[in-house]
Design a protein around this ligand. Structure first.
Ligand SMILES: [Zn+2]
Length: 512
């Protein structure tokens, strides 16, 4: 066939559109992006049962599974091995060994509790065995300011101390009692265990007061990353607890105490008085903590390109789904703006491609990174051991902190070098009809999010963000109610258009 004939027949063979116009799939794809979808994703990812999505805790793994389910629903192609949307990388993890035991010796004989289902060592518990009679010590708090002493009428020497999580009336905003909604220092688990150890106790059992608290606390203990100092934010240094310490479920707590922990808490809170007493039970626990390298998941999916020569190349759209977990005062850092909003945006872009089926020459790859908050661990791992050769990465778009601030403005932080994204951005704004003013702020954050490892590999990147951090940054107050879903949807439309244009572009990408 001559060249001329090939050119004539090309349109019949699903040829890519000329790069100066969008194809018929573009508009329907844009229409799949909705404020309501954004709200659904964000409300889910910020719910307490995800326990702040800390790498590599169960809450983070659950969030990965949610994203994988959505990718599958959109008809995208798995990037991981064995047709999985999960791509793993190795991290040093501190975890509980299977030989860890918890035995409750009560009136009915010995009951062996099931590890992870009924109990789990606290994330900073040392290894160690402990055995003793049980004494319930209320919240386990001695706080002079509020004339509170949970240990006053009991002798805990040689005993296993059972304490409630958090502090008296934790959800009451009366500032004159335990600092209202602020969690006092005395409510930290480290302080409770230290106090129990000083008084001669041999082990500590933390018992939640409700089924929901039980789920959150069970999801926010081991495993954690090894050697990172754990959840005692702002204090620095190593923070292993003073005694072997385990968290138990509400059910197991009730078996140990022979009474409902919810009722015990309500009584203490209602009377505003400590209530501590000996329990007719014995506990034997043996905590064995290990540290080892192990696979940790993140999530990736591909939308296939249709140009035989270019479909091996990829435009990446990414957002980190991990956050910083729960601290040992029971405050969950739900990370709505950072970065459930970015993940919702990523999911909306993925849905636009998967369901709108626009025609792209290159493939588009969607990645929900993990380990970001602990040092861009997931994105560095991707670049170190890429499931798709790095030389095939044409460009990368990252969404991190895109849901607050001015409703109709977003920053596209320019990387230190100029790339083709600069030339595509204004057209992406127009084609997507996103009604966003795109600024160039946020330079100081360029090295602090997942585009940076890609940039270091020579891949052109664009980083959508708010340009500055808000007052709720990395605080428990970064909550879903403050998130502007309309803004996330706009950024998602813009990101979709930009990824689409990049996937069809003739401009020089990161490959040459
Ligand atoms: Zn972030």
């Amino acid at each position: 066939m001559t060249k001329l004939l090939a050119a004539l027949f090309a349109p019949l063979l699903l040829a890519p559109p000329p790069s100066d116009e969008v194809d018929a799939g573009f508009e329907p794809a844009l229409e799949t992006v909705t404020d309501a979808d954004v709200r659904t994703h964000v409300d889910l990812l910020t719910s307490d049962v995800y326990a702040g999505r800390d790498t590599p805790q169960p809450g983070m793994v659950k969030a990965c599974e949610y994203v994988a389910e959505q990718f599958s629903r959109y008809g995208l192609v798995p990037v991981g091995p064995d047709d999985s949307f999960l791509v793993t990388y190795a991290l040093n993890v501190r975890d509980v060994a299977p030989s860890t035991t918890f035995v409750l010796a009560g009136a009915q004989g010995d009951v062996l509790a099931t590890l992870r289902e009924e109990f789990v060592p606290a994330k900073e518990s040392p290894s160690g065995a402990a055995e003793g009679d049980v004494v319930f010590c209320g919240y386990g708090i001695e706080e002079r300011k509020y004339r509170w002493n949970s240990f006053k009428r009991v002798d805990v020497r040689g005993k296993i101390v059972v304490v409630l999580a958090r502090e008296p009336r934790a959800d009451d905003d009366n500032a004159r009692f335990f600092d209202g909604l602020e969690a006092t220092d005395a409510s930290s688990l480290a302080e409770k265990v230290k106090k129990a150890a000083e008084l001669g106790a041999v082990g500590v059992v933390v018992c939640p007061a409700t089924a929901e608290e039980s789920e959150v606390w069970m999801n926010a203990q081991l495993p954690i990353l090894a050697g990172r100092g754990g959840g005692r934010r702002g204090r620095g240094g190593s923070s292993e607890l003073a005694l072997p310490t385990v968290v138990v479920t509400l059910d197991l707590a009730e078996k140990i105490l022979g009474r409902s922990p919810t009722e015990l808490r309500d009584r203490i809170d209602g009377r505003r008085k400590p209530d501590s007493f000996e329990v007719d039970a014995r506990v034997r626990l043996d905590v064995v903590v290990t540290e080892e390298s192990r696979p940790v998941p993140q999530v990736a999916a591909r939308y296939p390109g249709r140009d035989q020569d270019l479909l091996g190349e990829v435009v990446v759209v990414g957002a980190h789904l991990d956050h910083v977990g729960m601290d040992d005062r029971g405050r969950v850092y739900n990370g709505a703006d950072d970065n459930a909003g970015g993940v919702a945006g990523l999911l909306e872009v993925a849905q636009a491609f998967g369901e709108g089926k626009p025609m792209t020459r290159r493939s588009v790859v969607f990645i929900a990174f993990t380990g970001e908050e602990r040092g861009l661990l997931g994105s560095y791992a991707w670049c170190r051991e890429p499931p798709i050769a790095m030389s095939k990465h044409y460009g990368m778009i990252n969404l991190d902190i895109i849901s607050r601030g001015r409703k109709s403005a977003i920053e596209a932080t320019p990387p230190p070098d100029k790339t083709f994204f600069d030339r595509l951005l204004s057209r992406a704004v127009k084609e997507s009809n996103c009604r966003l003013k795109v600024g160039r702020g946020g330079k100081e954050y360029f090295q602090r999010s997942d585009q940076y490892p890609f940039h270091r590999e020579g891949i052109p990147t664009v980083f959508f963000n708010e340009g500055k951090t808000n007052e709720d940054y990395h605080r428990p107050s970064d909550t879903a109610d403050k998130l502007i879903e309309e803004k996330v949807a706009k950024v998602a439309r813009l990101s979709f258009a930009l990824a689409y244009l990049a996937a069809n572009s003739d401009l020089e990408g990161g490959l040459r």
